[in-house]
Design a protein. Structure first.
Length: 247
């Protein structure tokens, strides 16, 4: 039995490339850190009856799930020694969370920055999110220039958007919106505030700026040390969000 376990370990080590391990494990780190911190934040929100903290917890969950595709693909490589089939499933597991992430984040930002207009923003981004999901689900392969592993069975599936397709255009709109409204918006609110409130707005701004830049960079950088640094930064998103909203 010990020999069988040893053989399995050797097979896994030989099958998955170093780039595959880096890609998969950093994705797992983001998913697990967002889930654990989200659960803790949700517990605090329920105990304190703090609605915004609860919305922040849901935002943390969905942000973490944006890396669910490579996380699941790593599990497939370890257990089955092959990538997810069909490759379309990888794209759906990774990007079906874009719309709910944005809607909860916009609600959070609207409540803090523009309370009277928050529902206008939410409705607009719900509609954009529905359009994005329709393109993603019903036009998956056309949405990507590349949707396959470089070395099947050894590396995580690579997904590169077709930059002329509506799915990419909508993702770009979402990222610019998050940077402008949530990143820069919270910085402006911080400048208008003083003391502890200023500090909290700065924490929120840092969190969303990290989210936007790491999310945008993630799809542009090949697996390697730089990708590990970027994803390490992304793992701190939930902490900044919690620090900005904790009672």
């Amino acid at each position: 039995m010990d020999n069988s376990i040893l053989k399995i370990g050797v097979n896994i080590e030989m099958a998955i490339s170093p780039e595959g391990w880096l890609d998969g494990l950093t994705s797992a780190g983001i998913v697990l850190s967002a889930t654990l911190f989200g659960l803790y934040t949700l517990y605090k929100a329920l105990r304190l009856k703090a609605t915004l903290l609860g919305v922040a917890a849901l935002t943390m969950f969905f942000v973490g799930l944006l890396w669910f595709g490579p996380f699941v693909d790593l599990i497939f490589l370890i257990v089955k020694e092959e990538n997810i089939e069909p490759y379309r499933a990888y794209a759906l597991l990774s990007y079906m969370w874009v719309a709910p992430t944005l809607v909860f984040a916009i609600y959070l930002g609207g409540e803090l920055i523009w309370p009277k207009g928050k529902w206008i923003l939410v409705v607009i981004y719900v509609l954009l999110g529905v359009i994005f999901e329709m393109f993603l689900w019903f036009n998956t392969y056309s949405s990507f220039e590349e949707l396959a592993p470089t070395d099947p069975g050894e590396t995580i599936i690579a997904a590169s958007f077709d930059r002329t397709h509506p799915t990419f255009i909508l993702v770009a709109i979402f990222l610019v919106s998050a940077l402008t409204f949530l990143g820069i918006g919270f910085i402006i609110k911080a400048k208008q505030a003083t003391g502890e409130l200023r500090r909290k707005f700065l924490f929120l701004a840092i969190g969303f700026i990290i989210f936007v830049f790491t999310g945008a960079s993630d799809s542009l950088i090949e697996p390697g040390p730089l990708l590990g640094i970027i994803r390490g930064a992304q793992m701190t998103f939930a902490i900044w969000l919690y620090l900005g909203l904790k009672t």
